[in-house]
Design a protein around this ligand. Structure first.
Ligand SMILES: Cc1ncc(COP(=O)(O)O)c(C=O)c1O
Length: 493
């Protein structure tokens, strides 16, 4: 077993990717100067080369095409979005004969430092367990520097971070994050739900902020390891889950505005209770037409911290008016009451009826909307139901009002990892008038009580209608693995 500094050092060296050498054997090689010289000789003659996918991603190493060999001194390597000269980093001074190169996050380098002081697990009461207020014992962390790239990842006891007061994230909001969950099914297996989408979104958010790229598959493997370690924090009860919060922040201590040169990625876990301890609970939204959450050319489609802090005030004002959240309606100067966007932390869906035909509408991914994992899933499930027209299209507020006035507004609900499907029964406007949408809690409860997989079947002619309830049941069946799907990714012990 390598000790941590050695692993980290090795993680930054070119030779680590040599297919016939494990990290351990490399370390041994460095113990013997003769072997080290042999390894270094191979590298310096260009025997090892980098392989690039068509889009420039790192793919590992291969023997170079004859005649195309380059000396390693002439090569540049991509670390994140930047190209750096290999020798620029000075790593050669630290490991003689080994060529430094920017390294990526790799699960094989993960070091686990278990906590000696495991916390007593709180009573995981569905009512008392507040979302995001309780954390597990460990966290995953890995840091990045322009040049050497990512260090080896580690799982450590949960602890405060040490940041320079001039760290970019503290001043310029150079930070992005994700929200995903692990679910424990009745079979005691833990499962992630479409985690590749979270990794992709984190990567897109990071790129927008000049935060470094990372290997999404490898990061996910490290996250799975953390979840495995903390598996006892999740009761095998439907509704409970383990909220996973990866965050990537710019830590470069520099007050000038410049692309990030140092960063840190960490992941913390928080057990959370059922979305609806006593069934689906509808909420009211405040129709926000003055504060703008996202605008064309902005970052509304990225999960960056800067999108959220400015929403606290409208959220607070809406709470004073008895609303749980805000519905952002952008006044874009066109007639029709403004462009319907999304809610503070949910995508929104509207079910309208026209000549006996149902249309489920959600705003399109035009840069103003966060591409929600749950949104995408609900769209796919609803399309699979077959008897509903499913549209991703612009919706102006007047259309909703008109549908409500003419009795054609059937349901409104929000979607998100935290809430799954959240029924909405009221839209409160600034002039205190309200659009109300009836919510049939009995019909919703009927669908929630369906045995696994049965909500997917076509409803019988006597069954009550609740799209909200039917979607929720179907989503839960997939998330907990009651219905097998490629969306559900088991984490085996
Ligand atoms: C602004 C916003 N919209 C929508 C969502 C829902 O996204 P997801 O379904 O991926 O959780 C979230 C939550 O992450 C959000 O913050």
């Amino acid at each position: 077993m390598l000790h941590r500094p050695a692993r980290r050092l090795l993680a930054r060296t070119h030779v680590l990717h040599y297919p016939f050498w494990s990290n351990e054997s490399l370390l041994n090689a460095f113990d013997s100067s003769a072997s080290a010289t042999r390894v270094a000789a191979r590298i310096s003659t260009g025997a090892l080369d980098r392989d690039h996918s068509p889009n420039g991603d790192r793919m590992g190493y291969h023997w170079p095409t004859p005649g195309k060999e380059k000396s390693w001194r002439q090569q540049t390597y991509s670390t994140g979005f930047r190209k750096v000269e290999a020798l620029q980093q000075g790593m050669a001074e630290m490991v003689p004969h080994a060529v430094p190169m920017p390294s990526d996050i790799r699960h094989a380098d993960l070091v686990v430092n278990r906590s000696d002081h495991l916390k007593a697990k709180p009573r995981l009461d569905p009512i008392e367990l507040k979302f995001g207020a309780v954390y597990t014992d460990h966290m995953l962390q890995v840091s990045w520097k322009e040049g050497p790239g990512w260090t080896g990842p580690s799982i450590d006891p949960l602890a405060p971070l040490t940041l320079h007061p001039c760290a970019q994230v503290l001043h310029y909001g150079s930070g992005c994050f994700e929200g995903m969950k692990a679910y424990k099914g009745k079979d005691q297996r833990l499962r992630l739900f479409r985690p590749d989408m979270n990794m992709e979104r984190l990567s897109q958010s990071a790129a927008r902020l000049t935060l470094p790229e990372f290997d999404k598959v490898e990061l996910l493997e490290c996250i799975k390891e953390l979840v495995r370690l903390e598996r006892d924090w999740v009761p095998a009860e439907e509704g409970f889950s383990l909220y996973i919060r990866p965050a990537l922040i710019g830590t470069h201590p520099f007050l000038g505005l410049s692309p990030t040169r140092e960063a840190m990625l960490f992941v913390v876990l928080s057990p959370v209770g059922p979305y609806f301890p006593s069934g689906l609970k509808p909420v009211k939204l405040f129709v926000e037409t003055e504060v703008v959450r996202a605008y064309p050319g902005g970052v509304g489609d990225k999960k960056v911290g800067g999108n959220y802090a400015p929403t606290m005030l409208p959220q607070l004002r809406s709470a004073h008016r008895g609303c749980a959240q805000v519905l952002y309606v952008l006044q874009d100067g066109l007639p029709g009451g403004g462009l319907v966007g999304e809610s503070g932390a949910m995508n929104v869906f509207f079910l309208l009826q026209e000549n006996g035909m149902m249309e489920l509408i959600t705003p399109p991914l035009d840069g103003l909307i966060l591409p929600g994992v749950t949104r995408d899933t609900v769209l796919a499930i609803a399309r699979g139901f077959g008897n509903i027209k499913v549209s991703e299209r612009n919706l102006r507020f007047d259309e909703i009002e008109h549908a409500a006035e003419t009795g054609r507004l059937v349901e409104i609900f929000g979607t998100g990892t935290a809430c799954a499907v959240q029924p909405i029964t009221g839209l409160l406007k600034n002039d205190n008038t309200e659009i109300t949408i009836p919510f049939d809690s009995e019909a919703a409860a009927h669908w929630l009580a369906k045995p696994p997989g049965m909500a997917l079947a076509q409803p019988g002619s006597n069954e009550p209608f609740s799209l909200c309830g039917r979607l929720t049941r179907t989503l839960i069946d997939f998330q907990y693995g009651y219905v097998e799907s490629p969306w559900s990714v088991p984490i085996d012990p």
